[in-house]
Design a protein around this ligand. Sequence first.
Ligand SMILES: Nc1ncnc2c1ncn2[C@@H]1O[C@H](COP(=O)(O)OP(=O)(O)OP(=O)(O)O)[C@@H](O)[C@H]1O
Length: 820
Amino acid sequence: MGTGADQELELPLLALRGLVVFPHMVSPLEVGRPRSVAAVDEAMMHNRLIVLAAQRDPKIAEPAPADVHDVGVVAEVKQLLRMPEGKTRVLVEGLFRARLVMTTEPGPSQGAMHARVAPVQETDDGPGSPEDPGGMRRQALIRSVLTALDEYVRLSGYLPADFVSAMSGVADPGRLADAIAGQIPLPFEEKQMLLEVAGRLERLEKLLALLHRETEVLDVQRRIQSRVRRQMEKTQKEFLLREQMRAIQRELGEAEERDSEAGELRRRIQELKLPEAVREKAEHEVARLEKMAPMSAEAAVIRTYLDWLLALPWNRTTPDRLDLETAERILDEDHYGLAHVKERVLEFLAVRQLVRSRLKGPILCLVGPPGVGKTSLARSVARALERKFVRFSLGGVRDEAEIRGHRRTYVGAMPGKIVQALRQAGTRNPVMLLDEVDKMSYDFRGDPAAALLEVLDPEQNHAFSDHYLELPIDLSDVLFITTGNLLQAIPRALRDRMEVIAIPGYTEFEKVQIARRHLIPRQLRDHGLSPKHLSVAPGAVTAIVRAYTREAGVRELERQLAAICRKTARRVVEDPACRLKVTAANLHRWLGPPRYHDSPTEAEDRVGLALGLAYTDAGGDLLSIEVAVVPGRGKLWLTGKLGEVMRESAQASYSYVRSRAEQLGIPPGFYERLDIHVHVPEGAIPKDGPSAGVSMAVALISALTGRPVRRDVALTGEITLRGRVLPVGGVKEKLLAAHRYGIEQVVLPVDNLRDAEEIPANVRRQLTLHPVSHMDEVLRMALAERPVLATRVPVDEKTGVPVAPPAADVGGDAMWPETA
Ligand SMILES: Nc1ncnc2c1ncn2[C@@H]1O[C@H](COP(=O)(O)OP(=O)(O)OP(=O)(O)O)[C@@H](O)[C@H]1O
């Protein structure tokens, strides 16, 4: 067919939308626009030739000559098929590239557009052409394109597999490029770009780049798809399994169980009339529970949580009994003595009666040795107020989470102790006893004291937050009472927030009263006995206190009485008619030999042995302090498990003695020839504090001068390097201890005298107190006037220098070890 491939032609123009036809490519076209139909008709009437050129913008409906690209293809219309609605379908075959030289618009008669076109001369083909000597580039390009095409076909699945082998038969690079470009789905702008390249190899090279890019895109696409597919499969699988499980549960009747569980929970929530925030949270959790498989671990977590939420007393309170008379009667009924504490409790109730609304604070803190009735007093307060009573111990708590709970994300998470106690109480206004606030510690897991501060602060505790509950809980109606053994060990910030009431310990008289009025009746009751079975003579109680117990409280006493009751119970079972009587004389038959007879007090005055008074967490106690002087080089030995402060205090006493040696009648330079050993017996018990300073100085001076210490004097006081005596703590407990051991003379710092006013009058009467402010006064009181030995430090008569001592010859009192 004469196509006139090298001269200009005037042909009808068909504008293509979003489509490029290449030479040698047969392609079906749907023609609808009137101008396009006219162009096809015109071509059919002449030589079937037509120019196909792509529109620059496929969206334009009626393109003007400027709207079509300058390069297109001259094609032959192979077939024409008229369709309904005026549409026409044609089959065209591209013949050659052509440049549109001039394009003319149709006249008003709606005919076709025309274009004058000039064929594009294709360049650089064949071996030996200047750009490709030897045809190497051509070869390389063709091979690369075929490889890339192979990869592309494999990845896309879009073209038939034999397309590649068909293409490998095309030798002309330009044609190859056109044939491939015509078949693969590239954006039409890129196809147009390829159409406009006249150079064959250049066109092939551009196609190669596009192929590579397409392959890469396909690869990424494939990876995304497979990921999406996997995801889809997983959700589908889960959905399927869940459905199956539901079906199984239905079969087993579990679904109904779950539905009924949720229904039951909802009903309970409704009934409980919870505060709004709590109700919302509870309902939210029930809704979550419903969506879960009943047996799943998560459902169990939610169930436990709901259990807690619904069990807490959000709005349950008990009315307070504010009747003072009854309250006083109850307090007296339960406890002997303790007037100060009872008074404070009654004051609290009185204020409560006047201020009906919430009373901020106070938090009572009962401090005293074990067994003085702190816990039972708190219980009694609850009884007087008709409130519920709960207690927990803070001893050993070192983790904030124990107070505040663990977050629910933890396995086995639980609310903290406060919330647990509230649940146990079942009302929101119990008396809550926090035992052993002085035994808390802290580590990297947070400071429990800080959490307690929030609990005990009336400004904050109306919205206490527990990590587990995730809801603020109101603690402002709780009456907190705390207890501890040592005031100093309670964290300062906590101490400031509380009203401390000290219970120093009981005198012997009080113990006997407590036993007779409370402990014996209670033990009889607890052992199923009646007073006619057993009577305990007052003298026997005193004997138990003296010989079988050594304590500030009455716990050990109660235990001994329980032992007596046990023995009685056995006898009563054997012989219901028996009548038993415990007296001081037959006590050893009930309780065995006395446990305590060895008092630390001595039968006679001793050299180098002083009695100090100590304050421990078990109350007050006596402490013997021994000093021995041995030949040596001025070393000071300290033994008996002394704490840091006590050691320093011993050093201070020693320095004081050295600096005052001459006035004290000790040869100067004694320390160059002698070692001094200070020992505080009962080494298993740790001892600390500065209050033994005075007694150590007395023992030292006694050992160095040979003047014995009076055995009926006990001492307490801190010493300075200049011999001043400073006040100390725990004086009440110390005085009670001195009295317990039958000591009558107590030397104490003058500033501590007012503490002595708080001990019971009958004890006070039996003690003679010697207030002092300087060591000189202490020594006048505590040391015998004249040495029992000429001097404890032998000196050379001529030089006055201490010499090695002679062999001991002073009986049991010997301070010098025998020299070998
Ligand atoms: N004044 C008292 N009147 C009657 N009973 C008392 C009195 N003091 C203590 N008790 C009794 O002594 C026992 C021990 O008291 P409680 O357990 O309250 O001691 P505590 O001070 O709390 O000791 P701890 O510091 O070890 O907790 C209780 O049975 C208590 O009833």
